[in-house]
Ligand binder design. Structure first.
Ligand SMILES: C[S@@+](CC[C@H](N)C(=O)[O-])C[C@H]1O[C@@H](n2cnc3c(N)ncnc32)[C@H](O)[C@@H]1O
Length: 244
């Protein structure tokens, strides 16, 4: 994403749905001297986490803000680049995000967005949901409800990005590698980061949760290494688009 964004010294870069801010922080050295990173998220707690991270790293040239990605407070043509990793598909009105990006980008400015490619190529993420459906604890999800795989169809991805008036220059598949020290660690991290799993486990008994966990771990068995660690493959899809 950082390479595709190709930010230059002096650029003003907006990060949307930044979470703890990692992607923007990786872009920051490229825009210095003179540039500015605007790191934003819809959740104030995430913005605070990103601010703390930047403080720990002693970063300068960053400002933080709570921003709903589908209704930004920035003025038109305010930034040179926009970056958003694994965020757009979680926003109810994805088309509004695309048009807000087009609005705040200066003419010719670029955006790089990352989404998850299909469920079958991201087993580390889908193992619990598949187990829950197999056990009858969950119905198959509505494909257009906000969620990690809502933009996994490249045609839908293209349509959403273009609906905002952005011109797509490239769509790339990027392999990712998910590594955990053990299945226990994988489960703990997944429980911490998956909203679906949080909501599901809230209504299951401890025995049902254990059953779910065992079934989910079976779905990952082929990726468990000899030393007990887990190394599962994944695929993201990254879009580069330009404002007109
Ligand atoms: C899966 S996390 C990705 C975080 C970060 N971009 C990363 O890759 O590590 C999704 C983020 O989207 C944020 N988010 C969800 N809906 C949003 C909205 N409408 N506007 C802005 N941020 C939103 C969440 O608060 C969360 O931090």
């Amino acid at each position: 994403m950082v390479e595709l964004l190709d930010a230059q010294p002096g650029d003003r870069v907006l990060e949307l749905a930044a979470g703890p801010g990692e992607t923007g922080i990786k872009v920051l050295p490229r825009i210095q001297p003179g540039g500015e990173l605007i790191s934003t998220d819809g959740a104030p707690e995430m913005v605070e986490a990103a601010r703390r991270r930047a403080d720990e790293l002693g970063l300068t040239g960053v400002r933080f803000g709570v921003e709903n990605a589908s209704a930004l407070s920035l003025s038109d043509d305010a930034v040179d680049r926009v970056v958003c990793r694994f965020g757009i598909m979680l926003v109810p009105d994805m088309e509004a995000v695309a048009s807000e990006i087009a609005r705040v980008l200066r003419p010719g400015g670029t955006t790089v967005l990352a989404v998850w490619a299909g469920t079958s190529v991201n087993p580390w993420m889908t193992a619990p949901g598949k187990a829950a459906m197999d056990l009858g604890y969950m119905e198959p999800p509505d494909h257009d409800a906000p969620g990690p795989f809502r933009l996994s169809d490249p045609k839908r991805l293209r349509a959403v990005v273009e609906s905002g008036g952005l011109a797509i220059e490239a769509i790339e598949e990027v392999p990712v590698s998910w590594v955990a020290g053990s299945l226990d660690e994988w489960w703990e991290t997944t429980c911490d980061t998956s909203r679906m799993l949080t909501l599901l486990t809230e209504r299951l008994t401890p025995e049902e949760i254990e059953q779910l966990r065992e079934r989910a771990e079976l779905n990952l068995a082929e990726f468990v290494q000899e030393d007990g660690s887990v190394a599962a493959p994944g695929v993201a899809r990254v879009v580069l688009a330009r404002s007109g």
